[in-house]
Ligand binder design. Structure first.
Ligand SMILES: Cc1cc2nc3c(=O)[nH]c(=O)nc-3n(C[C@H](O)[C@H](O)[C@H](O)COP(=O)(O)O)c2cc1C
Length: 357
């Protein structure tokens, strides 16, 4: 409430016509939180909801996480548990540092509770992220690392680009997210084809096995686009199972524009991926499909359109083990994180109290 009444108007004013400026101001503020142990610890005490869950061998203090793209370079990792998150996914990083697409590249659609972005993986590169994580103090929650393909690397050499990033970041990641679904890197989504996936995921699994050197491997999640057909998702899931990939993140942003208010159609014409409220029903349907297709055996991280605790719960109900949010943080503020984690905790307690049939 305080966020919606006070902080959001200020942030939106800072970034009037330039949503990326507001994003940078927020991140700078959070960097200070991250760097100050006393502030960080007192915020953790105030905001962390303890609703522990273990997924793929990783222990999460609660199942609500920060989605990729907000903290691409891992500059504020200590701040995320302080806001109440049970995990944070940094990145997407690429092997080669790159500036991303020309600005403006981030647009707000407040009436539709949505964002459109065509950032294009602006990031400092995998080595810079590794260097930052190497000196960061221990964080109170798991950190996922999202890796993508550098723009300058030809698609045919995508596998080695992902492998390089995995190598330098392996010891800092609690899990990896393989991003093959951003709509903002030309050709990237074609890597979701079964043949390309088999090569990429097979190579990443083999590398992971060798990097783990006999210890438990880092789980690998593949982040998929909401615009894939069900047969294409089914094929991709088969490859995931064959290559021993842990699970999927469903979903990334959509190229569709359904659910955008008519008065925001001119902004909706901007190229890029749509996130927030209009994505909700699509992501939920993909989570449900993956859960059904894999008989509930494959861990799913739900992502897309979580703007309220009930929305997060609906992704859990559809089969997600963990849920991430990004746009909801922009529109509803950090209280959404705590409220969603509490909602999940209540639902779990309620389920446990139900008599078994
Ligand atoms: C500005 C912006 C940048 C993003 N960057 C990335 C990214 O680098 N990697 C990625 O996997 N997803 C990225 N995403 C997608 C989010 O992680 C998330 O999957 C998507 O926004 C749907 O969730 P939401 O509706 O809660 O925002 C980005 C989203 C936004 C709005």
């Amino acid at each position: 409430m305080l966020y919606e009444k006070l902080a959001r108007p200020v942030l939106f004013r800072i970034g009037r016509g330039d949503a990326e400026k507001a994003h940078h101001s927020t991140l700078t503020m959070l960097e200070h939180v991250s760097d100050n142990r006393i502030i960080r610890q007192s915020m953790i005490k105030a905001n962390q909801v303890y609703a522990p869950v273990t997924v793929a061998g990783v222990k999460f203090p609660n199942p609500i996480g920060l989605a990729a793209g907000m903290d691409k370079n891992g500059v504020a990792i200590g701040a995320w548990p302080a806001l109440g998150f049970g995990f944070a996914e940094v990145g997407t990083v690429t092997w080669h540092p790159q500036p991303g697409n020309p600005q403006p590249r981030l647009f707000r659609l407040p009436g539709s509770q949505a964002l459109i972005n065509r950032m294009g993986f602006n990031n400092d590169g995998a080595q810079a992220l590794a260097a930052r994580l190497a000196i960061s103090p221990p964080v109170n929650c798991p950190i996922g690392v999202s890796i993508g393909k550098s723009k300058i690397t030809p698609l045919e050499e995508a596998t080695s680009d992902y492998l390089e990033s995995m190598r330098v970041l392996y010891r800092f990641a609690d899990y990896f997210a393989v991003n093959v679904s951003s709509p903002n890197t030309p050709g990237l989504r074609s890597l979701q084809g079964a043949e390309q996936m088999r090569e990429l995921l097979g190579a990443l699994r083999a590398e992971s096995e060798s990097l783990a050197a006999g210890r438990p491997e880092r789980p690998i999640f593949v982040k998929i686009a909401p615009d894939l057909t069900e047969p294409a998702i089914a094929e991709l899931l088969e490859v995931c199972q064959d290559t021993g990939v842990t699970g999927v993140i469903a979903t990334n942003t959509t190229l569709g524009r359904d659910g955008v208010l008519q008065q925001e159609e001119s902004i909706a014409a901007e190229p890029g991926g749509l996130s927030g409220a209009p994505l909700r029903s699509i992501s939920r349907a993909v989570v449900e499909f993956v859960h059904r297709e894999t008989d509930g055996k494959m861990p799913i991280i739900g992502s897309g359109g979580v703007m309220s605790p009930d929305h997060a719960q609906s992704l859990f109900d559809a089969g997600a083990s963990l849920v991430q949010l990004y746009s909801g943080l922009v529109y509803s503020g950090p209280s959404l994180v705590r409220r969603s984690a509490r909602r999940a905790k209540r639902a779990r307690r309620h389920r446990r109290a139900q008599p078994r049939r």
